[in-house]
Design a protein around this ligand. Structure first.
Ligand SMILES: Cc1cc2nc3c(=O)[nH]c(=O)nc-3n(C[C@H](O)[C@H](O)[C@H](O)COP(=O)(O)OP(=O)(O)OC[C@H]3O[C@@H](n4cnc5c(N)ncnc54)[C@H](O)[C@@H]3O)c2cc1C
Length: 388
């Protein structure tokens, strides 16, 4: 998008990409749907002390303009039914095709991995693997974040920014799966539910999020998990509190349980709970209350019923940690925002240098916010870098 808008602004543009084709990571974004924004996106979707940094970029390229841009380039976006995702109708490849077709006269240089950059009096000299050097009056760095090295994430882009004088916030995983310490959760592998999660340590709730939770063998993932962890440094030893009925209070759940068990006193408790919970979860929660397998509803004691309500509304799990940066879908840290002009994306330290996308130290909710911010900061950077 930076290359496209620099070309539109009148510049001669070369887009250098280390892979044969650009956008490899994007193809996997948002469960492979390639969300480009989110229906619920607001400035509140961005977090951290500098959340307002993206305000100018989002104002320059709001969601309606983004939708129109892709529609005008023959690849309309559509609302996906879940999570507010706004996705390319033809899949992420079609969004990449739209961007590629909009490159116009820009030179695309695939298999060009930038390894060094030097600032000369009125130009930049970028050196690529193999020694090829390109000079340019203005330079946009948009090399993404170093997470998921298996998909091509690497630190070189950040190292280039640092070599030009930019301070970096250390990379930290964002939107990552969490690993529970409780082995019994393996029995829930494959279960998916909408929940409210709270992250607790030393009696204080550090963060909360609502949305999907997916149990897998060995880790917890899903929208709520991703949105819980963007700003946490460590999860080891923290408590994850799960409310399986986020729309109800515990009194309502107690009443529902009372009616559920009371209405079917002769059937096994697990069967009676089918109305309230998926069978695997009902089985585990009954076992946690030491209700004997096959016990009938009427045999569930008051104390066990109270325990069930507590587990249904505030199940406390101990976390062993997270899958970390190598597996995180996105990555915080990067070029510190204080040294970048949010209205133009130009470096405040190096005139003529522009920085866009996930190289910047942005922190946002899962589900299209980072992608939108990357496109919008790219558009601004290109527009100003390309202005002749
Ligand atoms: C599995 C997964 C799920 C995700 N889910 C979401 C989501 O739900 N919502 C959301 O908003 N975002 C999501 N993201 C993040 C989203 O993909 C990124 O925010 C977005 O791609 C960032 O765009 P970018 O252009 O800044 O960086 P990238 O898309 O990473 O593009 C950077 C490009 O620079 C190239 N490059 C890197 N170093 C060099 C170099 N030295 N020389 C030349 N080229 C180089 C890379 O090959 C790459 O093509 C997800 C990402 C992944 C991988």
């Amino acid at each position: 998008m930076a290359a496209v808008s620099a070309g539109r602004a009148g510049a001669r543009v070369a887009l250098a990409e280390k892979n044969e084709l650009p956008g490899r990571k994007y193809l996997y974004a948002a469960m492979g749907r390639g969300a480009l924004t989110n229906r619920n996106l607001t400035l509140d979707s961005f977090h951290g002390r500098q959340a307002r940094f993206v305000a100018d970029a989002l104002a320059a390229f709001p969601a309606d303009d983004l939708r129109r841009w892709f529609a005008d380039h023959g690849e309309p976006l559509e609302d996906w039914p879940h999570y507010g995702l706004v996705v390319p109708r033809g899949g992420p490849e079609s969004a990449l095709a739209a961007l590629a077709s909009a490159l116009g006269d820009a030179a695309f240089l695939g298999d060009h991995r930038a390894v060094a950059v030097a600032r000369n009096s009125d130009s930049f000299a970028v050196t690529f693997d193999g020694g090829h050097v390109i000079t340019a009056r203005r330079l946009v760095l948009a090399a993404g974040a170093p997470n998921l090295p298996q998909l091509g994430g690497e630190t070189t882009g950040l190292a280039l920014a640092r070599s030009l004088g930019h301070d970096l916030a250390p990379p930290r995983p964002m939107h990552m799966a969490l690993t529970p310490a409780d082995p019994w959760l393996a029995e829930l592998a494959g279960l998916w539910m909408d929940v409210r999660l709270g992250l607790w340590r030393d009696g204080t709730e550090l963060a909360a999020a609502q949305g999907s939770l997916l149990f897998t063998r060995g880790y917890l993932t899903g929208e709520a998990v991703f949105n819980l962890g963007q700003q946490q440094d460590s999860f080891a030893g923290a408590t994850l509190q799960v409310d399986f009925f986020p729309e109800l209070d515990s009194g309502d759940v107690a009443e529902w349980l009372h009616r559920t068990l009371g209405g079917r006193t002769q059937v096994p408790a697990q069967q009676a709970l089918d109305d309230m919970l998926p069978p695997a979860l009902a089985r585990c929660l009954l076992a946690r209350q030491r209700v004997k397998p096959g016990a009938r509803s009427r045999q569930v004691e008051l104390r066990q019923r109270q325990g069930l309500v507590e587990d249904m509304t505030a199940l406390r799990l101990t976390l062993a940690g997270s899958l970390g940066l190598g597996a995180a879908e996105a990555c915080g840290g990067g070029v510190k925002l204080s040294a970048v002009n949010p209205r133009t994306m130009e470096s405040r330290l190096v005139p003529g240098l522009y920085i866009a996308g996930q190289m910047l130290d942005l922190c946002a909710d899962w589900g299209g916010a980072l992608q939108h911010a990357s496109l919008a900061t790219g558009l601004l950077a290109g527009r100003h870098a390309g202005g002749v």
